[in-house]
Design a protein around this ligand. Structure first.
Ligand code: GLA
Length: 410
């Protein structure tokens, strides 16, 4: 009898403890089911830096719709650094009352009324990179606040984080967002310092792989204590990372500089390579005043389809010959994207016999075998069909430009 009583007491105790214990268990993982293809949208930083306000954000949302960007797939309107005002006496964060007089909830309602989503920015440290209040020590409070405003996307930066470990800091914010209960995309922005591709898959939906992009095609900008990188320099830093990306967890080579002053051939090459990388397509230009040329680049649906292919397999470089790189990306239904990137400033001739041109992708377990299979060839920038892979490909690629093709399995 005593034994039975003891057993019953033990069961009761363990049930009580585990029920109480549940209150202390956090879920340190991101929301599943978001960003199943690389996120598409816009962010204020590359063009506007700290000059953000609600009027501009509303106008950008309007322009995203009227320019056709929304129809092409762009969804997130993301406010980067410097939207912040102060914390109140209880520690709750408020937007800058001069720049955002109607408050964030009203702005989110407006953006949502256009069928778009609103993103915001914070930092795991004591202050953001722009010197605004960071979320360190306020993670759960801030996540609740963002959720109550109706925020859909959080870019979480890494300035002023002395003594913190990235994996732990980002897991804390993931748990805080979970607890707040609103599905919010978590964009890990610690510049690749602590190899987020190795631990980020369950924590966030995308992670920056490098320091900041600089608005040039092929240059390095030295700021003294840190550097920012041109399009080609960022591209080179993606080496070896493709196996870490996939639906819901993407390598992020930083936001686009398309429309911020590069000549159109460089814009085309930049956009094509981001699509080959299955990179997030976050425009960084002024959508209200972009040229027709820039708009055509950003809304090229056939190139966007390469980026957004539902298999979510990042492309890879297979060769580099006389400044021309050949990149491949396996697509659904047995299709392939091929991008020839001419990194030099002078035009380069290209001639290849398709039958001699087979590629094996052991990571994706796919083979492009033009001896066995015939593909239709589509030029994604001229938007013209170019015959089949039964023949020879002859082209000239202008300097710092691409020839981007889709091979369509017949
Ligand atoms: C860091 C990030 C940038 C931008 C700025 C804002 O440098 O990497 O993308 O968010 O901070 O201050």
């Amino acid at each position: 009898m005593k034994k039975i009583l003891n057993t019953l007491l033990a069961i009761l105790f363990s049930v009580t403890v585990s029920a109480q214990g549940n209150n202390y268990v956090q879920n340190y993982t991101k929301f599943e089911g978001l960003a199943l293809t690389p996120p598409m949208g816009w962010n204020s930083w590359n063009k506007f830096g700290c000059n953000v306000d609600e009027k501009m954000i509303r106008e950008i949302a309007d322009a995203m719709v009227s320019s056709g960007m929304k129809d092409a797939g762009y969804t997130y309107v993301n406010i980067d650094d410097c939207w912040h005002g102060d914390r109140d006496s209880l520690g709750f964060i408020h937007p800058d009352p001069q720049r955002f007089p109607s408050g964030m909830k009203a702005l989110a309602d407006y953006v949502h009324s256009k069928g778009l989503k609103l993103g915001i920015y914070s930092d795991a440290g004591s202050q953001t990179c722009g010197g605004r209040p960071g979320s360190r020590g306020y993670e759960f409070q801030d996540a609740q606040t963002y959720a109550s405003w109706g925020i859909d996307y959080l870019k979480y930066d890494w300035c002023n984080t002395e003594g913190l470990k990235a994996e732990g800091a980002y897991k804390t914010m993931a748990a805080a967002l979970r607890k707040a209960g609103r599905p919010i995309v978590l964009s890990i922005c610690e510049w690749g310092d602590d190899k987020p591709w190795e631990w980020g898959k369950t924590v966030g939906h995308l992670w920056r792989t490098t320091g900041d992009i600089y608005n040039c095609f092929d240059c390095v900008e030295d700021h003294g204590t840190w550097k920012s990188w041109g399009v080609m320099q960022i591209l080179d830093k993606q080496e070896g990372l493709r196996e870490f990306a996939g639906p819901g967890h993407w390598n992020d080579p930083d936001m686009l500089e398309v429309g911020n002053g590069m000549p159109v051939h460089q814009e085309r090459a930049h956009f094509s390579m981001w699509a080959m990388l299955a990179a997030p397509l976050i425009a960084g230009n002024d959508l209200r005043s972009m040229s027709a040329q820039t708009k055509d680049v950003l809304t090229n649906r056939e190139v966007i389809a390469i980026d957004q292919d539902e298999l979510g397999i990042q492309g890879f470089k297979s060769s580099s010959l006389d400044s021309v790189e050949t990149w491949y990306k396996p697509l659904k239904n047995g299709d392939w994207a091929i991008c020839f990137l001419n990194r030099s400033k002078s035009p380069k001739p290209l001639q290849l016999k398709w039958a001699d041109h087979s590629v094996e992708d052991s990571f994706a377990k796919r083979e492009l075998n033009t001896k066995k299979d015939t593909y239709r060839i589509r030029n994604l920038w001229t938007k013209k069909d170019m015959g089949t892979t039964k023949g020879i490909l002859k082209a000239s690629i202008p300097g710092q430009d691409v020839l981007m093709l889709r091979l369509i399995k017949r």
